[in-house]
Every structure is written in C-alpha cells, then in structure tokens.
Design a protein. Structure first.
Lengths: 275, 228
C-alpha cells in the first residue's frame, strides 16, 4: 500500500529506514562532504581531524546485573574540549551504552540506537532480545566504517540485562562491527588499559552491586591518574564521573550525591597513604 | 477498442463511500474517552495479540477500526513518521495534529485515486501535559478529519455508542475507574451482550508518567481497577 504523505517502508528497523529514505540523517551521511575535504587536503591522515574525543568508559558485572560508568572529559588535541560531557546513555529500560571516540558521532549513534530500539518495540509490539539489541548495534558500528577512515571513530560498550537468562551482559565491539561478549568486566577508550588493570586486581565473580560500583569508580580514578585524556573527579567544580546500574528491575541512574560520597572516601584513603 | 463505461464522479464516490462504510460497520467499536489524568482507550477485541490500539510516540496513541491489514499499515507508517520527526528535530516537536494531517492526506488521496478505498477509520489521540489540552482526531476512510472533544468512537455501531455516551458523560472528567466502567457499559448496551474483561483491549495515555506515557492494561489490571 502506498501512502502518499507518510513514509513508506517494510522493515521494523529505523536505522535501515533512515539509510534507505533519509541517508543524509545517518552517521555516514557526512562521508560525501568528508571525502571532498580529504581530497582537498591529502596530507591530513586519519585521526588528525580536530574533533572532541571522548575517553575512558567501563562496565563491570555484579551479582544482580551490571554497572556501567564513564568519566566526563572530552579532549581536542591537547586541549580540554568539554568537562561535563555525558558518555553513558540509557538506551531502553534494560540496557545502557557508553562511548569512546569522536564525541559528536558517538552521541549521535547513541541517540539513533535509542530510537532504533523504541521503534522496533512499537512496530513489532515486543522488545528485541538482549542478544538482538547487541547484534543491531554491531551492524551500526559496521556501517560507520567509512567514517573511521576519515578519523571519526565510534567505539561503543554495551551492557544489558538479559531477561531470558536473568543476568547482566557486557558487549564490546571492534571498528569493523565485530561483536564480542565479555564475561566479567571491560573498559575502552584512552584510559581503558589503566582501568582494566585496576579491575583485574579487584574483580570478584558475583560481586554485590555497591562493591561493583565502588570498583568502577576506583578504576576510573586510577585511569585519570595515568591518562591525560581521562578526567578524574573535579572537586573544585563539583564534576564527578557518571554511572548507571542495570538489573532485573530496570535501569537506575546512580545519583551524583552517592558518587561524590564514594569518591570522598576514596580520596581520604589515598591521602592517608601519601602522608 | 472497447470503450469504458461512463460513470459519473458523484456516483463513483458514492459507491466507494458505501463500500468503505460497509466494511467498517462490520467490525467492533473502539472508544477513546478523557479521564482526570489522561485518555483511556477501550476496544472490543477477542484477540490478545493482534492489537487495535497502539503507542505511536511519547504522548500519542493510535486506534484503528475496519480492515486489520490496512490500519496496521497506517499504524506503522505513523510510527515511522513520528520517530523520524522526533529524531530529526526533538521529541516535543512530534504532534498528533501533524500526524493526523498526514493520515488525512494519505486517506484522502487513496480514496479519490485508487480503485478500492481503505476500509478503515482511525483515531489519533494526544494527552496534553503542562497545562495543554488533550487532542483527539477521528479520521475517516475518505480523509475527512474531525476534532473530537471529551470522547470519540470509531468502528462498528459508532453512532449509537456516541449518542449513548453523549447522555452519560459528565462535564467533569471522570476518574479512570469510572471512565472504564462507562465504556464497558456502553459497549455492552449497544452490542446487547455481556463482555468478559479478556475480550477487551484497554490502554491509557497517562499524563502523570514521564517520557513514554502509553500503557496497556492487562485483564488482570482492569479487573483490579474495577473492583478496587
């Protein structure tokens, strides 16, 4: 049936709908413009474009579900572009995504993915499975590949609560859209390695939720200690990393007050060791 | 070359309208009615999985009567329209008015240009919040659009139910429970049969909720609501 004044399409995917009917609105819609720019300046290699870059985000499994957290800094070369950027996004009632890479396209992908899942749920009348959501995100990362060659890398870390299996799950991706499941914890971004080191030392299977949250914040703190791209807690401005908890009852924003409390404790302990 | 028979445009439109009306009257009715905290939608629907009422966007819902395959297509197109608009601009820029206009244009064009008109009647309702009023649009098979107040009825014996509701509806918005009871009474009285809660599809647009305000009420929920 052709509907003259309403968009016509057959599949339940919003991303495919945009790609087919409004390509300019997809993340890769910019590639034409960028190719023109790249050919005008052939010496500018990949990754040299000056756009804000977002860094260290991580996720840890707990007994009840999964904790996902990220710092608040975006850098542009050696400058700080943004001190309050949000890198952890609620995607739907049972999943969240954190991002590392070029800030603009990252946020755009998170927004598109939110619409994608809501769209599917409304059209089909049921939610996608946890696995289905993770695979769809992989396809979106894969579709972003042309942008990677232009230096606009988007790296998601996806966590969800799988209602069928009754457990939290963590998915990481590679630039080509490869999807890998992590069994315990993972961190990505410039300070990802530092954060992973901390988590490796302190992670326990079946950690309680508050302990997992504490470890997540500690890992971010240590990453900020060693990595210039990662922001630690900013006590002067009152800016703290953000975290979300996903479990059987849905997704919860960890309040800034709670995070501040945990950091106050961490900082006090560290100070007592130094003096 | 065989000459096509001449049919006057008036005759053709009349025939199409009659055909569509017949199809829509065959189905069962759907009622949308305002209550204190939003809009209640009640449909007589023996199937528990093939929905007649659906969420379109944060505060917008859709209901379709007539041929399932046809209003299902319209529903999906509406969701695409709304999601596209919300993605392109912002969530608050998605309005029932623009959606109802789209439907009206589409149905009107199909009615005048296609061989077979769509045998559907649809409702697009939006719950108002932050002091804004509710909006209810009833759109017919020929694209005509009616801005309804307080309540709207589509499909089946819609006119009889409308007349009945007009007598019973109070000037003040009822509580959810009373609104639901009123809808069930109206459907039972016109249909001349007792309805089980399992044969009803019930949903609300609740302005007290944040974000997505559409919520389905299961038979267990409605039972609890009516008895509580």
């Amino acid at each position: 049936m052709k509907l003259p004044f309403l968009p016509n399409h057959d599949e339940p995917s919003f991303f495919d709908f945009l790609t087919a009917h409004h390509p300019a609105l997809t993340p890769t819609g910019r590639s034409g413009f960028l190719q023109a720019q790249a050919s005008a300046e052939p010496t500018r290699g990949a990754g040299s474009m000056n756009v804000p870059q977002a860094t260290t985000v991580l996720a840890i499994k707990s007994q009840q579900g999964v904790v996902i957290a990220g710092d608040r800094r975006a850098t542009e070369g050696f400058q700080i572009a943004e001190r309050r950027i949000e890198k952890v996004f609620k995607i739907d009632e049972y999943s969240a995504m954190a991002i590392a890479g070029a800030a603009g396209p990252c946020i755009e992908m998170a927004k598109l993915f939110q619409v994608e899942l809501e769209h599917y749920e409304k059209i089909e009348g049921v939610q996608l499975s946890c696995e289905g959501k993770a695979n769809k995100l992989g396809q979106m990362v894969k579709a972003n590949l042309p942008m990677v060659f232009q230096g606009l890398v988007v790296m998601p870390l996806y966590v969800g609560y799988d209602l069928m299996r009754a457990e939290g799950r963590i998915f990481k991706y590679d630039l080509a859209g490869g999807r890998y499941e992590e069994s315990d914890y993972h961190a990505i971004g410039s300070g990802g390695k530092d954060a992973r080191n901390t988590m490796r030392e302190h992670f326990l299977k079946g950690m309680a939720e508050p302990d997992a949250l504490k470890l997540a914040l500690l890992a971010l703190y240590n990453a900020a200690d060693d990595d210039v791209g990662t922001g630690g807690p900013d006590l002067v401005r009152g800016i703290y990393p953000t975290a979300k908890i996903v479990n059987a009852s849905g997704i919860i924003d960890v309040s800034e007050q709670q995070i501040r409390g945990i950091y106050d404790g961490l900082i006090a302990t560290r100070r007592s060791k130094e003096t | 070359m065989p000459m096509p028979y001449y049919v006057s445009p008036e005759q053709m439109m009349q025939d199409k309208a009659e055909y569509a009306k017949k199809g829509i009257a065959k189905g069962r009715s759907i009622i949308a009615i305002e209550f204190v905290n939003g809009i209640l939608l009640v449909a007589e629907n023996p199937s528990a999985s093939l929905y007649k009422i659906s969420e379109i966007y944060d505060s917008i819902a859709f209901a379709g009567a007539g041929k399932y395959s046809e209003f299902e297509n319209l529903r999906k197109a509406g969701i695409r329209h709304a999601d596209l608009k919300g993605f392109m601009y912002s969530r608050e820029d998605v309005t029932a008015r623009s959606l109802a206009n789209g439907y009206s244009q589409s149905l009107g064009t199909i009615f005048s240009q296609e061989q077979k008109p769509l045998e559907v009647e649809i409702l697009v309702v939006q719950v108002g919040h932050n002091g804004h009023a509710n909006e209810m649009y009833r759109i017919s098979f020929d694209g005509s659009i009616i801005d309804e107040r307080t309540f709207a009825v589509i499909g089946g014996k819609s006119e009889a139910i409308q007349a009945l509701l007009k007598e019973k509806v109070l000037t003040q918005s009822p509580e959810l429970r009373n609104a639901l009871a009123l809808c069930i009474t109206a459907l039972e009285q016109i249909g001349n049969q007792k309805l089980s809660l399992e044969s009803l599809e019930v949903a609300v647009l609740d302005r007290t909720r944040d974000g997505r305000r559409f919520r389905r009420l299961s038979p267990a929920d409605t039972k609890q609501l009516l008895s509580g």
